[in-house]
Design a protein. Structure first.
Length: 298
């Protein structure tokens, strides 16, 4: 039995080398998150949608460091995750959940006097969100997560039937409001603002890079446009028959889904070929299909 089967990691791993590269990638993403938590969220006295944020709050009343509290809570949540979700619970979540407190402990050791670099709580929150969201997006795009709040959200989803997105927001709001017991009203407002802004930035990092355009074209130069999409853009297209309500004339409508760069090229080509073409454009955030050897349709 080889190393991969012993660890029961991810079936998509084809070699130990690929597994190691993924571990390094996830470790780097977790390092980025921990860096943002320790050097920016903790000095800001804000608590933004994470187990680390809760650890920062509990650090005010318990004789344990933030890294120790984060480790204990993540460990408990991992046990809960295994008990409730079994095989749904992946190695990647275990790995990142344990690596995060280890990185926090490292920062506590090398920089024990942790004070704000900016001397501005709002600026600290903004910087944390940019850094932390980037790290979280790296993990999500690798089909992983930093654990913690994801497990809480799954529990709320399973037993209270709350949608995962709403469950994550609810958990984040509860943690943000908890700052009132440890700090002041300003910290509560900062935490709520940070929780909301964090969701927006995270959506941008995760989904913004995958945004595509669905372009619908009715043109007298149908053949030239179809040929450009297939042979120059190397994209696919679907043709529907459309009937005009005014004159009942039958026309073909070309529909294709293109990236931002392809969209610009397509618009320039249509402007040169048929400036009178009727075009409608929609934003597409996700596409699911089974790729073929020859991509000839969508």
């Amino acid at each position: 039995m080889n190393l991969l089967s012993k660890l029961k990691l991810n079936k998509t791993y084809s070699s130990v080398g690929e597994c190691i590269k993924d571990l390094i990638y996830m470790g780097f993403a977790t390092f980025i998150i921990a860096f943002g938590v320790y050097f920016f969220m903790e000095p800001s006295k804000a608590a933004i949608s994470s187990v680390s944020a809760l650890a920062i709050l509990l650090n005010n009343v318990l004789p344990l460091s933030v890294s120790q509290l984060a480790f204990i809570m993540n460990f408990i949540l991992l046990i809960v995750g295994f008990a409730l979700f079994g095989s749904e619970f992946g190695f990647k979540t275990i790995y990142t959940s344990l690596m995060l407190p280890l990185f926090l402990a490292l920062f506590e050791h090398i920089h024990p006097d942790n004070v704000s670099f900016t001397n501005d709580a709002l600026l600290d929150v903004v910087i944390y969100i940019c850094i932390g969201s980037f790290g979280c997006a790296m993990l999500f795009n690798d089909n992983a997560s930093s654990g913690g709040m994801d497990i809480v959200a799954k529990v709320l989803n399973k037993y209270l039937k709350i949608e995962l997105g709403k469950a994550m927001s609810l958990a984040g709001i509860v943690i943000a409001c908890s700052t009132i017991f440890f700090y002041d009203t300003k910290s509560v407002i900062l935490s709520l603002f940070g929780t909301y802004l964090n969701g927006l930035v995270l959506d941008h990092f995760i989904f913004g890079q995958n945004i595509k355009r669905r372009v619908c074209i009715i043109s007298e130069k149908e053949e030239q446009i179809r040929d450009f999409i297939l042979n120059d853009l190397k994209s696919g297209a679907t043709i529907y028959e459309a009937i005009g309500a005014y004159d009942l004339k039958r026309r073909n409508e070309i529909i294709c889904i293109v990236s931002k760069m392809e969209y610009q090229k397509l618009m320039c080509f249509i402007e040169e070929t048929d400036p009178k073409a009727f075009i409608t454009v929609y934003t597409v955030s996700e596409i699911r299909y089974i790729p073929k050897t020859i991509k000839n349709s969508i």
